[in-house]
Design a protein around this ligand. Structure first.
Ligand code: ATP
Length: 463
């Protein structure tokens, strides 16, 4: 995205709806706040990113294995992890229009001061003394600040009216990894250091969600808990930071839109000695894209105590037992999609002064790799084009399109981020060659149809 178009997400949101990437949730019922649906092309993009992540961090590494744990975990999990006690936001309501805000966001936006760590009473005082205005109705009449837990709860039995059967939808994927630590150690041949990876849904009852899919109430995380000896934490942390930056490069994020932001020592969670965020310049400001935290042995120890099952590492060689420490790289999948789309979106003025909109997506993650067209809707051209399309389908997800002017078909594929189009014309029937048109440069070359598969494997998979 150019600096000018960084001003607004609107054109990107419109493209996502128009071209079937992302739709507002439950739209026919008037929408359901801060939920979204990934359409045919969005779900392909999402799968391509999560598959590439899995390939990069699980399949290509011998020290990491994957799991797929449940969304509903034993309620004691959240006692042990500290989420029941501490996973909350300080909220304030406007008494006039009933809008609810995160107190820290309200203050930070109005006064540009950092209020992390302040108590409910201190936050209320700042709001009252500075006569902060409700961003919705401009009234200065707020309730006191109160904490609300961000976890969604549900009931396990249909009949009980006590609180005994409350279960929580997981607010992060990490905890189910800790719960399966012993199972993985017992059932695989991993040696310390090793990691357990997971991709899955997490749910947070965020009170000030927004900015499209940046902050939603249901989202996906791609997380790794990497188990180490305590003495190795600094080395492992540095290595993970590099691996995360390489990942950003792999999916085509622009280096000058990324930064590393170190959490100040006094703001770290009690169990963490170091946490950094990889931040990205979104059109609405610079915000966390990913996190990297050294979580010490806090989680395994807490679950050991709560469950009375020792979650330890048995070093047979040195005949010692200890609780491993943990480095946690965490990647939000939906935020990845947003960042990738922001970097790929471009409105370009062509030589003939026409505007074209395109997504410069890396071919590795583009939803459609190739589109095959007959130049015109004629049976003899369609026959050869379909033959080529079916041949390429064996290797790539492709699209066949024969309706409308060829220029419009190219523009549609530009907006879908399709890296190459293949066009069959009357010359193709004579000499078996076709036109390949490249998305970014719009350059066209002629190639024998027999060489297409090898050419695209080289350009899309090996490149
Ligand atoms: P934030 O400060 O933005 O609320 P966080 O520090 O609470 O994020 P983590 O708990 O570290 O986030 O979650 C790990 C990752 O999950 C984040 O880096 C982000 O990519 C993603 N994530 C967290 N909350 C949301 C959300 N509400 N919607 C979409 N993605 C999210």
């Amino acid at each position: 995205m150019s600096k000018e178009s960084l001003l607004s997400l609107k054109p990107l949101v419109a493209l996502c709806k128009r071209r079937g990437f992302i739709y507002p949730g439950s739209e026919i019922y008037g929408g359901f706040a801060n939920t979204y649906s990934y359409g045919p092309y969005g779900s392909e993009l999402k799968k391509n990113i999560s598959n590439l992540w899995w390939k990069t961090f699980v399949h290509k590494r011998t020290d990491i294995v994957g799991i797929d744990g449940p969304i509903l975990l034993h309620p004691k999990t959240w006692e042990a992890s500290g989420h029941l006690e501490g996973f909350s936001d300080a909220l304030v309501d406007c008494k006039k229009c009933k809008m609810r805000y995160r107190a820290d966001h309200l203050i930070e936006n109005a006064l540009s001061i950092d209020v992390e760590g302040k108590s409910e009473r201190e936050l209320s005082k700042i709001i009252f003394e500075n006569k902060l205005k409700c961003p919705n109705c401009s009234s200065s009449d707020f309730t006191d600040v109160r904490h609300f837990n961000l976890m969604f709860s549900t009931r396990m039995s249909k009949t009980s009216d006590t609180d005994d059967d409350i279960a929580y939808l997981r607010p992060e994927t990490a905890q189910s990894i800790f719960l399966d630590y012993k199972n993985v150690v017992d059932s695989t041949r991993q040696k310390l250091p090793f990691g357990i990876a997971q991709i899955g849904k997490a749910f947070r009852n965020e009170i000030t969600p927004g900015n499209f899919i940046f902050r939603v109430i249901e989202f996906e995380q791609m997380e790794i808990e990497y188990f180490i000896k305590e003495s190795d934490w600094q080395k492992s942390f540095d290595e993970w930071l590099i691996s995360m930056q390489k990942w950003c490069d792999l999916i085509g994020l622009k280096k000058d839109h990324l930064n590393v932001s170190e959490h100040a020592k006094e703001k770290l969670s009690h169990y963490s000695k170091r946490t950094v965020d990889i931040v990205y310049d979104f059109p609405f400001g610079t915000h966390e894209l990913y996190g990297l935290a050294y979580r010490s042995d806090f989680d395994l120890l807490s679950h050991s105590k709560m469950s009375k099952h020792p979650l330890i590492w048995h070093d047979l060689e040195n005949r010692i037992k200890f609780t491993p420490h943990v480095i946690e790289p965490t990647f939000g999948l939906d935020r990845t999609i947003l960042a990738v789309l922001c970097d790929a979106y471009e409105e370009e003025k062509l030589e003939n002064n026409e505007m074209r909109t395109l997504l410069r997506l890396s071919p590795k993650i583009a939803p459609i790799k190739l589109a095959v067209f007959p130049l015109m809707k004629k049976p003899e051209l369609a026959k050869l084009a379909k033959e080529i399309f079916n041949m390429l389908l064996d290797y790539f997800y492709c699209e066949y399109d024969e309706s409308g002017a060829i220029g419009k078909r190219y523009r549609r594929q530009d907006e879908l981020g399709t890296p190459y189009c293949v066009t069959v014309d009357y010359d193709s029937l004579e000499d078996n060659t076709v036109t390949i048109r490249e998305r970014d440069s719009m350059k066209q070359i002629r190639m024998s149809k027999d060489k297409l598969a090898a050419f695209f494997i080289d350009q899309i998979i090996n490149n």
